[in-house]
Design a binder for this molecule. Structure first.
Ligand SMILES: C[S@@+](CC[C@H](N)C(=O)[O-])C[C@H]1O[C@@H](n2cnc3c(N)ncnc32)[C@H](O)[C@@H]1O
Length: 237
């Protein structure tokens, strides 16, 4: 089936969806998918934040909460559009992604920012070393059974008082995207319930500060959720 992103939106949520098997290893399937589509994804999403004031408001509020000074990691940064946005708001931000092709775009488009290859599930950051961690639509390929381990890893790398930002599509069923923009790859995109994500974050030791859902815009097929949580400050000793 020909991929036909909906007019006005080029997020993955607007790829055409057809049933076909996703390769069994979710990490290598995710890497292969984004390696194949990196240039198209970057081109089609380059101006997306400019067209989405609510996303800009969420990212701006998050940047204020974290404040200048500490280190922030954009985990699953893709082409670095969010990394660049946060860097422009004064955060000391770096990017990390599975996909070397996405990282090549991110480095090209944000030459002042450091981008590294790695997995969010095994972060190469010391315990408590980050003031902020961002996962903007990057937990959507993590199988639900691995979310507790993912959130435990986010909790481990954040300093007490550090802030986490999650964005994801809302829903109950995954969507399977096949041959995006004609590339011979396929991948499942999970939809989640914000209340369930908040429960899992609480179980991982986070205090959930805020979560909200906005309705679909610009051809999207689902509402989108944004959630900010904090690793509680260490008790006075
Ligand atoms: C939908 S894109 C979002 C990219 C970017 N955050 C944005 O908002 O434009 C998902 C990105 O998450 C990355 N990703 C998914 N799972 C990952 C993991 N376990 N570790 C690191 N990156 C991951 C993918 O390679 C891809 O670049």
């Amino acid at each position: 089936m020909t991929p036909t992103p909906n007019a006005g939106s080029t997020t993955p949520d607007s790829f055409s969806a057809t049933p076909s098997p996703t390769p069994p290893n979710p990490t290598s399937a995710t890497r292969a998918f984004y390696d194949a589509i990196a240039e198209d994804y970057a081109e089609r999403n380059r101006d997306e934040l400019a067209a989405k004031p609510l996303e800009r408001a969420v990212l701006g509020a998050y940047a204020e909460l974290v404040g200048a000074g500490g280190r922030v990691a954009d985990l699953g940064c893709g082409p670095g559009r969010v990394t660049g946005f946060l860097g422009a708001r004064g955060l000391d931000v770096c990017g990390l992604d599975l996909s070397e092709s996405m990282l090549a775009v991110a480095r090209r488009e944000n030459p002042a920012i450091r981008f590294e290859r790695g997995s969010m599930l095994e972060l190469d950051f010391a315990d408590g070393s980050l003031a902020g961690a961002v996962s903007f639509y990057s937990s959507i390929h993590t199988p639900v059974e691995n979310l507790p381990a993912l959130f435990a890893e986010f909790h481990r790398v954040l300093a007490p008082g550090g802030h986490l930002l999650l964005a994801f599509q809302v829903g109950d069923e995954p969507r399977h995207f096949d041959r995006p923009w004609g590339h011979p790859v396929a991948l499942d995109f999970e939809r989640r319930r914000p209340e369930r994500m908040a429960e899992l974050l609480t179980a991982a030791g986070f205090a959930v500060l805020w979560h909200t859902v906005r309705e679909p815009v610009l051809g999207e097929s689902t509402p989108h959720a944004f959630l900010i949580a904090r690793r509680p400050a260490a008790p006075d000793s």
